[in-house]
Design a binder for this molecule. Structure first.
Ligand code: SAM
Length: 217
């Protein structure tokens, strides 16, 4: 069973995603175990401080090193072979091929969600992978972590209903995109399903699908 731990200041952002649909099913089938670690629990002093101003000046606050180190070390104590993954726009761009590799790997993962202006850079000494979901800036690492975790978990054995569906999805071979699909009714508000898909001609359908596997405009 894949162990996935997530260190965050906003666990409520995670529970809805992790306890719905495929992620919920994956837990029921014991393909994955999720553990959310509240960073605030490792905060300093009576106010459980987790952030502070940056040395050298600048706007905003940074997550402090001490709570992050303590949270990561607790997660490592639970799963010593887990890889520590830091969410950051500076990281390696996330790809379907990486989701597949990580789903196939034996080890678990500890996702660290940044907040505010980021984190004290010293935590990278504990980090195995720095990952970005794209060239834009989000408010925190929770949405990126959910995106990445979803893409991994749905590829774990037994999670997807139709086992073939992951193989024919977009990017499964690195670049090909999935073709457009339709379901009943054949006509809706004057919009018709392409004739060939109703033809029963498997070769013609396969060709149409291949011809239409391209990026949306
Ligand atoms: N000051 C940082 C910068 O300019 O790169 C942005 C900090 S962002 C507001 C707060 C946190 O959200 C980051 O530390 C990171 O954990 C997460 N984050 C934001 N955008 C991300 C992205 N594209 N990919 C992964 N994580 C992201």
């Amino acid at each position: 069973m894949k162990k996935i731990q997530i260190i965050s200041l906003f666990p409520e952002m995670l529970t809805g995603v992790l306890n719905s649909s495929m992620m919920w099913k994956a837990q029921q089938e014991r393909a994955v175990e999720f553990k959310i670690i509240q960073l605030r629990d490792f905060g300093l002093g009576p106010r459980k401080q987790v952030d502070d101003t940056p040395y050298g000046g600048g706007d905003g606050m940074l997550l402090k090193a001490e709570p992050l180190f303590a949270a990561i070390e607790q997660a490592k104590a639970y799963d010593s072979t887990a890889k520590v993954v830091l969410m950051t726009p500076r990281g390696r761009r996330w790809l379907q091929a990486t989701a597949k590799q990580w789903a196939d790997a034996e080890n678990g993962y500890i996702f660290v969600c940044g907040r505010y202006e980021g984190y004290d850079e010293r935590i990278v000494t504990l980090v195995d992978e720095q990952v970005s979901v794209g060239d834009y800036v989000l408010t925190g690492g929770e949405l990126p972590a959910m995106t990445i975790i979803d893409s991994i978990v749905r590829l774990l054995p037994g999670v997807l209903g139709g086992e073939m569906s992951a193989e024919i999805e977009s990017f499964a071979d690195g670049e090909t995109l999935e073709f457009p699909q339709y379901t009943r009714p054949e006509e809706f508000r004057g919009l018709k399903v392409p004739e060939v898909l109703l033809s029963g001609n498997h070769a013609a359908i396969a060709k149409w699908r291949q011809d239409n596997s391209h990026k949306a405009d």
